[in-house]
Design a binder for this molecule. Structure first.
Ligand SMILES: [Zn+2]
Length: 61
């Protein structure tokens, strides 16, 4: 069991989720990256990373 680093919402990670996977906090909507399993740890993804991924769809063309 982990807690969202932003809002402290308790989160359950699926066991198939690996380090580096992204999850979204269901409470505050923050993108979280799994940085460790056993013990489970997540960190908030910097906002500019999510903007790069979602806000510039042509950047990879
Ligand atoms: Zn949260």
């Amino acid at each position: 069991m982990i807690s969202c680093p932003v809002c402290k919402q308790k989160l359950m990670l699926n066991f198939t989720m690996l380090v580096g996977s992204l999850v979204v906090c269901p409470k505050c909507g923050t993108d979280l990256r799994i940085v460790s399993r056993d013990p489970d740890r997540v960190e908030a993804v910097p906002e500019e990373e999510t903007l790069n991924a979602e806000g510039k769809p042509e950047s990879y063309a």
